[in-house]
Design a protein around this ligand. Structure first.
Ligand SMILES: [Fe+2]
Length: 276
């Protein structure tokens, strides 16, 4: 696997293959963040904060209260103590721009560059911890290694352009994975839908994930239907029982002229809503 610059990635690999990039494509603000900064945030806000969580390696969410964090996560020059506390665990800080105001500008630049909703999260893991089981995300991921190493296993998507909410953890790959190690100077690009699992081989690892959420057909259509539903009471009214048939498990629409009229009305409303 070669190192390529971001423009090359967009040209040749976007949506297709995972790639390693040099850690030079982002503004410096992000590369300055280190494990102590994450401990600092965790100590200050605690896991009771909605964006901060800690997972054990068996993937159950810890219910640590703020006090345990404050007792264990006070900042030290020597990072041995946090390593002990983090043993087999992954500490996650989501919506990182809330805690690192200097990332707000990075987020805005990335949002403009990709013309998509962008998220920045941080994952701090101790040796042998893997934050999540094999899964895919419903967005593109750049995993920017900031401290230590991370080993990754990647598998091709089993479903085309999967949505996070539909198939999370449902399907297990049969092929051998692609193995990749990210070091401090590298970013791993994981295209939308690729299955992955990460492990921390030694000591402590910190990486940022930059999630690029492309707008999809279903997002625009759902949004449009929601808007029409808020304006038109017909869409909010109960469906007449005569429109439906049931096989005992699920309901189906019976073919009828009334239903045809409603569906063509709905398509017209959607076209109006989309200025089509
Ligand atoms: Fe993921």
């Amino acid at each position: 696997m070669n190192f390529l610059e971001l423009e090359d990635l967009i040209k040749y690999s976007w949506m297709k293959n995972p790639l390693l990039l040099k850690n030079t494509w982002l503004p410096l603000e992000i590369y300055d963040i280190n494990p102590n900064n994450i401990f600092d945030i965790a100590s200050k806000f605690g896991v009771t904060d909605e964006n901060i969580s800690c997972y054990s390696s068996n993937h159950t969410k810890r219910s640590d209260g703020r006090k345990e964090f404050l007792d264990n996560f006070f900042i030290k020059e020597n990072i041995e103590e946090p390593i002990k506390f983090l043993k087999n665990r992954t500490l996650i800080v989501r919506k990182a721009y809330k805690y690192f105001p200097k990332l707000q500008e990075v987020l805005t630049d990335l949002t403009n560059y990709f013309d998509s909703v962008v998220s920045i999260n941080f994952y701090l893991s101790s040796e042998e911890s893997s934050g999540f089981p094999i899964h895919h995300d419903g967005h593109h991921v750049f995993a920017v290694q900031l401290f230590g190493n991370k080993s990754w296993e990647l598998w091709k998507p089993m479903v085309s352009s999967p949505m996070f909410r539909y198939e999370w953890g449902q399907q297990k790959p049969k092929d051998r994975p692609i193995d990749i190690i990210t070091m401090k100077d590298s970013t791993l690009y994981i295209p939308l839908g690729w299955l992955h699992k990460a492990n921390t081989p030694e000591n402590l690892s910190l990486h940022a994930t930059i999630g690029i959420n492309p707008l999809r057909w279903i997002d625009v259509i759902e949004n449009c239907l929601d808007t029409i539903g808020s304006k038109q009471s017909l869409l909010r009214s109960p469906i007449p029982a005569s429109f439906l048939s049931s096989n005992g498990f699920s309901y189906h629409f019976k073919k009828s002229e009334d239903l045809d009229v409603i569906l063509s009305w709905l398509i017209d409303e959607m076209k109006k809503e989309m200025n089509y």
